[in-house]
Design a protein around this ligand. Structure first.
Ligand code: UDP
Ligand code: MG
Length: 317
């Protein structure tokens, strides 16, 4: 198998037929042995039936049906676990990632790179709020992690079997695949593209899911928030100490003191706020720690047409 195309699906019935046609138009002329791996991530529409119908007609169509919605990153992970291509493309189902770009991605990979990611030159049809938060997030992440996670890229990319094998050895529960791929290293490069509007249907990434992904990215690849908590603790204590000295001076030496309701409230609220933020930051890390200690399987497959001799790696863990 030369190429596996991994496509996570969450309520994408309006996009699947067009996606399949466009992928075939791109891949057939390339003369490769390839497979599609559709991962149905608990869709509530007809996505699964559509994919199963395709699979009846075309044996290159493989599918994995999850027992519920596990999330985009986990869906991609399952696809990677069960893929068999020498190269693997990760692509969104909503045609925001143009299938035509697979040709240059594949060519670059053949030049000896292990990872070729698609970098967004522009993004269409997304709210200003989403674009700004995404831009901000990628830059904050880049500045606080010690590995270089490329800015303005999603998971649309091609990776070699070597990288897939390395990914399979990373058992973390809170996946941030683009970060993991940067962490792995090897020769990486990119191809630029203009991100289109979603072809049909609506986004499956609610703000809640985006915030979780952002926190997974930060906590998975940086200890800076913990250090910020420590440093702000020291700063605030420093200020509190000075104020304390002044209070003692005012009370016992100058004797010029007022019943200070306002300053009391301000300092209590301020100290309380800093403490709660610091505890919250620690909590984010502890939550992920405990998720990893539980060692639950990452996903549960309810149905697949991919022959598996042994259960996939991450189901055993
Ligand atoms: N997706 C998924 N599980 C989810 C949410 C999304 O598998 O819980 C898939 C979705 O079908 C699409 C890809 O992940 O193929 C990207 O999602 P979406 O287009 O909704 O995200 P956006 O482009 O709006 O960030
Ligand atoms: Mg999309």
């Amino acid at each position: 198998m030369d190429l596996s195309v991994i496509i996570p699906i969450y309520n994408e019935e309006s996009n699947i037929p067009a996606l399949y046609d466009r992928l075939r138009e791109v891949l057939d002329p390339m003369g490769l042995r390839y497979e599609f791996i559709f991962i149905n991530d608990g869709s509530r529409d007809k996505s699964l039936q559509l994919v199963q119908t395709l699979a009846l007609r075309d044996e290159r169509v493989r599918y994995i049906d999850f027992s519920r919605n596990f999330g985009h990153q986990i869906a991609v992970t399952a696809g990677l676990d069960l893929s068999s291509g020498e190269a693997v493309v990760i692509i969104d189902a909503d045609l925001q990632d143009p299938p035509e770009l697979i040709v240059p991605l594949y060519q670059k990979l053949q030049e000896g790179y292990e990872v070729v990611y698609a970098k967004r030159r522009s993004r269409q049809g997304e709210s200003a709020a989403k674009k700004t938060t995404a831009k901000l997030f990628y830059r904050i992440l880049a500045s606080i992690t010690n590995i270089s996670i490329p800015v303005d890229t999603g998971d649309f990319r091609i990776i070699s079997r070597k990288v897939v094998d390395a990914l399979k050895r990373m058992p973390e529960q809170n996946k941030f695949i683009r970060g993991q791929i940067s962490w792995i290293g090897y020769r990486q490069t990119f191809v630029e593209y203009d991100r289109a509007e979603r072809a049909g249907g609506e986004t499956g990434y609610t703000y809640r899911k985006m915030i979780r992904l952002a926190l997974d990215g930060i906590t998975g690849f940086s200890d800076v928030p913990l250090k910020v908590a420590t440093v702000s603790g020291f700063l605030v204590s420093g200020v509190a100490f000075v104020v304390m000295l002044y209070t003692l001076y005012a009370r016992f030496v100058s004797g010029n003191y007022q019943p200070g309701w306002a300053s009391l409230m301000v300092s209590i609220l301020f100290l309380g706020g800093v403490q709660l933020i610091a505890i919250g930051i620690i909590g984010e890390y502890i939550a992920r720690l405990s998720a990893n200690v539980r060692q639950r399987p990452l996903y549960i497959i309810s149905d697949t047409n991919i022959p598996t001799t042994s259960p996939p790696d991450s189901q055993l863990r």
